[in-house]
Ligand binder design. Structure first.
Ligand code: ACO
Length: 203
């Protein structure tokens, strides 16, 4: 099976390895660092993203391996053949969980009963998404995050590495929870919160 990975980065390598566990044997990358970058790990970089988008009918299933939520969304929205979710074999996903196209779940992540995971979502290494959480499209749940039950994370929001979120909290759209944040109150759209307890980051 063939897979195109857009984004030749560390994140892309992690996703390519998960794709191999899922039976993809022909994996090729596209990245704007081409032609200076022609290989990533054992895989080939074949062109820029623009080149791929111009010729994508020639290609196969695609996953966007770009950590920036907005960029990931912009590229995925232009793709006719987005891959089904790529889930590491050592992630634990309840059978009652729905996960959208182009989403990835890394090693050691746990997603418990009745969660809803949108399109283009990243559930990163060792993250815990407990029962009844809703993770909307293009959000990123970073490594070692712990979301208690029934947390909602809005579209394109980023929960930083090691953050904890109390049950039933609503994190709005395009919001950021800084690394290690402890979220005990709802987070408004397009705001950044940090610390324990997490409060608005004012610069
Ligand atoms: C596999 C992977 O690698 S996945 C990626 C995982 N990475 C992450 O999760 C990183 C998450 N990002 C963060 O935590 C970032 O620091 C952000 C987004 C919260 C803020 O980033 P920036 O806007 O660039 O803020 P900046 O670094 O300029 O810091 C501004 C201030 O906030 C403080 N600050 C930044 N992040 C945090 C944090 N997580 N907790 C507490 N304070 C913080 C800084 O110390 C600084 O304070 P000062 O003005 O008193 O010096």
């Amino acid at each position: 099976m063939s897979l195109i990975v857009i984004g030749a980065s560390g994140h892309g390598k992690v996703i390519a390895e998960i794709a191999e566990y899922n039976g993809f044997s022909d994996i090729r990358f596209y990245d704007d660092k081409f032609p200076n970058l022609r290989n990533i790990g054992k895989w080939q970089v074949e062109g820029t993203v623009a080149e791929y988008l111009a010729n994508q009918e020639l290609h196969s299933l695609t996953v966007v391996a770009i950590g920036n939520n907005g960029v990931r969304e912009r590229i995925q929205s232009k793709l006719p053949l987005v891959c089904d979710p790529l889930i590491h074999p050592r992630a634990i996903i309840s059978p009652s969980v729905a996960i959208g196209k182009g989403s990835v779940v890394m090693a050691g992540a746990v997603v418990n009963a009745d969660c809803k995971i949108g399109d283009g979502v990243i559930i990163n290494t060792g993250a815990i998404v407990d029962h009844d959480c809703v993770i909307e499209n293009f959000a990123h749940i970073s490594p070692q995050v712990a979301l208690a039950g029934a947390v909602k994370v809005g579209c394109s929001s980023w929960v930083g590495i090691g953050a904890c979120v109390k049950q039933s909290i609503v994190i709005g759209q395009c919001a950021i929870v800084g690394a290690g944040g402890v979220v005990v109150k709802n987070v408004a759209d397009s705001t950044t919160v940090v610390g324990n307890p997490a409060t608005l980051l004012v610069k």
